[in-house]
Ligand binder design. Structure first.
Ligand SMILES: [Fe+2]
Length: 285
């Protein structure tokens, strides 16, 4: 039997062309337009374990810069720094994945981007944890260069900040994919009930952080990089599910915040998840 294909009608041809054009437009938007944007996400968070003396502490969250990826050349990094400084944060926290590579080569060397990051300004300093991409590249080198740029890298440890008459602890976990994170070690020095921010790269340990910790922050998800209307993010690099893709998550007295960050990895696309710097206004409940 011979299969005969009928010639498409003019209407079918126009419909196919319209779909094709729309698909190409969406792809171009996801590769060339949205990843180059930068938005400031503001969020006021009421915390049960917080000191009124620390009310309205303004914390900037920067994560997943992936410096050197298609959408984050050095000029974009400078834009992130200027935008963050314009917000006049009291404290800046950085949640890892500074480098873009999946191995031991990187378009931009840590000393180059760390030199740029030394321009970040916050009254009480800049604190960071490293991510899986940093360790796949060379975590020791990334850490050393960041420390030289006055960015305090924390791994399974905590530091105490004196803020006027109050104390704030900033704890940080080791990267979960490449290192051995330890919550007990990270908060060993933190007196129970003291205001404390817990920094981590992957969000998977968020639920394991004790209730006494004021707020836990993570990156890594990129918000899925693609977030569709109704469906949300089809792919997420966390077992915790779409609830933990990005933003504020409250479970009882536990408060978590996940930022979708700035850069891209694997595919150079962002759709429905524009690059962001988050500004958190922290107050007591
Ligand atoms: Fe990551």
């Amino acid at each position: 039997m011979k299969l005969r294909l009928s010639k498409p009608t003019r209407r079918q041809f126009i419909t196919c062309a319209a779909f094709l054009f729309f698909g190409v437009f969406l792809l171009a938007y996801a590769v060339f337009i949205e990843p180059r944007q930068l938005v400031v996400q503001r969020q006021t968070i009421k915390l049960p374990h917080w000191s009124p003396a620390l009310n309205h502490l303004k914390v900037a969250v920067i994560t997943d810069l992936h410096v050197g990826c298609l959408s984050v050349p050095i000029s974009k990094l400078r834009r992130v720094i200027v935008t963050t400084n314009e917000q006049k944060p009291d404290l800046i926290v950085m949640l890892g994945d500074f480098v873009a590579s999946h191995g031991r080569s990187s378009a931009l060397k840590p000393e180059e981007f760390a030199h740029e990051l030394s321009a970040l300004k916050a009254k009480y300093g800049v604190y960071a944890v490293l991510g899986n991409h940093d360790w796949w590249y060379n975590g020791e080198e990334v850490r050393n260069e960041l420390q030289r740029a006055n960015i305090h890298v924390i791994e399974n440890a905590s530091v105490q900040l004196k803020i006027d008459s109050a104390s704030l602890w900033v704890a940080g976990l080791a990267d979960q994919w490449t290192r051995t994170p330890s919550i007990p070690l990270a908060i060993k020095s933190v007196p129970v009930g003291s205001p404390c921010l817990m920094l981590m790269h992957e969000p998977d340990l968020l639920r394991d952080v004790p209730e006494s910790i004021s707020l836990s922050l993570a990156g890594h998800t990129h918000g899925g990089q693609v977030s569709l209307p109704i469906i949300g993010a089809p792919i997420l690099p966390t077992d915790l599910g779409s609830k933990f893709a990005r933003g504020l998550i409250v479970e009882g007295d536990k408060h978590y915040f996940v930022s979708s960050g700035v850069g891209t990895s694997v595919l150079p696309v962002r759709f429905g998840v524009p690059p962001e710097v988050c500004i958190l206004d922290l107050i007591s409940q």
